[in-house]
Ligand binder design. Structure first.
Ligand SMILES: [Zn+2]
Length: 474
């Protein structure tokens, strides 16, 4: 355990609230100082600009970032030399698309080669990520990039009708409730008074604890909820099934996980408000945000988005492909054509009724890792359809450890019956075939990842996963 974590764990809960608040003060300074306000004002004034103007700005940002990377980032300096290219050769989107993609493996294996030589390490803000594959990675942010990113987040909040000033309930993956907390002490949240946030743990959402979460929210009266959709979904289901009235909310803002259709439905019904989704990455490569029409807009000033097919060709609207991003914000660790490991498709909608002229992503299909493989049926993604018609299920997770065997962990609701299990097995067989062994395991709570994320599918077949993407996007 980290020293600071062990000190935190030893504090009485009252002082833990203060420790969380003091961390909140540091975050507030890091995020909302300096450039934040003028940059947000600039974003607001260009939010509805004509498409041509946005495209021009995006192209200029791309050329500027390519120049910076070719001149100051060892990995790309080397790439430019190998290609015999100069930054002046990358003038169009087509020129950019000829650069090799940068993979997660490249960054994890050679992270020091991605750090720009204009910064001393003390000038950059480190962010430690555990990653879904478990390989730890430290990302380094330029301080102004952090403020710019939070200006995008604020733009998104504002268009959902809320802001950083309003009280919020935030489901966080951070360990705010130490493992050593007495099981009798049912306090699964901490106050960040500096940011007017009630931070709620995503790790303790067992059915028996949900009434306590609801009571804490009733007392705090947040204006909006934000965080992981899988966590907010569990709470929404509780309000629906227990007949408890949720606090009046102006919006639900979700991020970090793909929102599944059944989650969206339950959240909007159970909490009586609209859900606005957002997509970004810890690598800070792009910012997509949902408008009031429910369309996910790709902000052209945060980064350039490509959706690429099997051979790297651009995908037509409606066709799923691999998301490849060139970020414009972070000069500390720039990434060009970064294959982030997500799958998405462009919308065929030419113009959104909301008035924004930014491109629209129709579907975010989840992560490359969210697929399982069987010899009979090959690669199968979007497995949430297997829960169709299963009535009394709180949540479930499919785990594949070898090609012949799948484990389904599930949290049953009180009325869960043999019939529900039969439907689930039938649906799953439809997708993965008859030959695979399926084991069902009823549990009280599905463990979250290190970052507190819920993973609907876990594939423990890395050798297959590498080949998975090209199948997934076929
Ligand atoms: Zn829109």
């Amino acid at each position: 355990m980290h020293i600071r974590e062990s000190i935190y764990a030893s504090l009485p809960i009252g002082l833990q609230h203060l420790a969380v608040t003091s961390k909140g003060i540091a975050y507030r300074r890091q995020r909302y100082g300096g450039l934040f306000s003028p940059y947000l004002a600039a974003l607001r004034s260009s939010e509805f600009a004509p498409a041509g103007q946005l495209l021009e700005l995006e192209l200029a940002e791309m050329q500027r970032m390519v120049r910076f990377a070719f001149e100051h980032v060892p990995w790309y300096r080397r790439m430019a030399r190998a290609l015999g290219a100069d930054w002046r050769d990358i003038r169009s989107w087509e020129d950019l698309s000829r650069l090799p993609q940068t993979t997660k493996k490249d960054v994890r294996g050679h992270s020091e080669l991605f750090v720009a030589d204009v910064f001393r390490s003390s000038q950059l803000i480190p962010w430690h990520t555990s990653g879904t594959t478990g390989t730890p990675l430290t990302l380094l942010y330029e301080p102004t990039a952090v403020r710019k990113l939070w200006a995008f987040v604020e733009l998104y909040r504002l268009q959902a009708g809320v802001s950083r000033i309003e009280r919020r309930g935030q489901f966080t993956g951070k360990v705010i409730v130490p493992p050593s907390q007495s099981p009798g002490s049912k306090i699964f949240w901490r106050y960040d008074l500096a940011n007017r946030a009630l931070l709620l743990s995503t790790m303790h959402l067992a059915p028996e604890n949900l009434p306590m979460y609801a009571a804490a929210l009733a007392q705090y009266r947040p204006e909006y909820l934000c965080g992981y959709p899988s966590a907010i979904y569990l709470l929404a289901q509780y309000y629906l099934s227990a007949g408890v009235i949720p606090p009046p909310l102006r919006a639900v803002l979700t991020s970090a996980e793909t929102v599944l259709p059944h989650q969206r439905k339950a959240i909007e019904e159970g909490l009586g408000t609209r859900l606005y989704d957002q997509y970004g990455q810890t690598e800070m490569q792009s910012f997509w945000y949902a408008c009031r029409e429910g369309n996910l807009h790709v902000h052209p000033l945060a980064g350039h988005t490509e959706i690429a097919g099997e051979q790297g060709e651009p995908c037509d609207p409606g066709h799923a492909g691999s998301v490849v991003l060139t970020g414009f914000l972070n000069h500390g660790m720039p990434l060009l054509r970064y294959a982030v490991g997500d799958i998405a498709a462009w919308s065929s909608l030419a113009k959104c009724p909301c008035g924004r002229n930014m491109r629209i992503v129709a579907r975010l299909e989840g992560r490359v890792d969210d697929f399982i493989y069987t010899q009979e049926r090959g690669f199968q993604g979007r497995l949430d359809t297997v829960y169709k018609g299963v009535k009394n299920l709180i949540e479930a997770q499919i785990v594949q450890r070898d090609v012949d065997h799948v484990l389904v962990r599930y949290v049953p609701a009180a009325a869960f019956s043999a019939q529900d299990l039969k439907i689930l097995e039938h649906n799953l067989r439809d997708r993965i075939g008859a030959a695979v062994g399926i084991e069902f395991q009823a549990v009280g709570l599905i463990p979250r990842s290190n970052a507190g994320k819920f993973r609907p599918v876990i594939s423990a077949l890395p050798e297959l996963r590498d080949g998975c993407l090209e199948h997934a996007i076929r």
